[in-house]
Design a binder for this molecule. Sequence first.
Ligand code: GRG
Length: 296
Amino acid sequence: MNRFATQLDDYTVMINSTLDKLVPEIKTPQEKIFEAMRYSLLAGGKRIRPVLTLAVCEMFGGNISEAISFACAIEMIHTYSLIHDDLPAMDNDDFRRGVKTNHKVYGEGIAVLAGDALLNKAFEVMTSTLNENSSIDRKIKAIQVIANSAGTEGMIGGQVIDIESEGKSIDYETLRNMHALKTGALISASVIVGALIAGASQKDIEKVSVYASNLGLAFQIRDDILSEIGDSTKLGKNTGNDRERNKSTYVTVLGLDQSKAFLKKITNTAIDAVKDFGEKAEFLVELADYLLNREN
Ligand code: GRG
């Protein structure tokens, strides 16, 4: 493995083992909820968001043991959004992360609650770090950034625009805004929180924010391309659903070739934004390249 792959693997192992501990199976009358939460949370997933938090924290000289709770909380919020997004009331998907969707295994009621419980757990985990009595202001700011990115001004807002746009042809600006909120906001929060926990300056936070917003956009364009031409076995979910549901995507709005060209351009913009950090930004640069070519 090269240096990038080793670092990615180290972060992923740390994230997976911490998630496993944060959401244990507890033998109580409500044990089903722990089983359902763990089912989706530990089913795999690329862990891109928590990896970003840890990598940015380290790039700014922070200690990842301080960032890990926030990184895992973001992954819990992301997993909740996937469970809810897959429900019949939303995208009605049968497969996610290579296995049956949560509601297909546990039923819709438990799947709704598993998503809700992961969201609550995320805030329990983050606010628990305030007991440690160090860097409290930065941690409170980080919690606010995450709450905002997952809420009406972020992921939920984007999901509302998505639901309301279904079956309609939307223009490029609406599409871009929808994804900036739905997918981009939590990705940006992952990066900003890593910087906040490390105590980065406002100027540096602004620079990584430009990296993050472009990475988020690139991530979504790649997602739309894979949804159109990807391999469902590698993706661990069904493809072609966007077209079936008459959803506007980068591919339907810009076409496949233009989407690919735009993806490359936006990835380069993301990489340029962290050039000033020199060698320290090597992991972030390689991550952007890895996401550009991802197959899942
Ligand atoms: C239900 C509040 C609510 C929001 C749902 C994020 C989202 C909003 C829905 C997910 C639908 C989707 C496929 C969006 C495209 C981009 C995206 C978030 C893909 C999934 O993220 P990955 O590729 O997944 O990081 P893994 O499984 O690797 O974590």
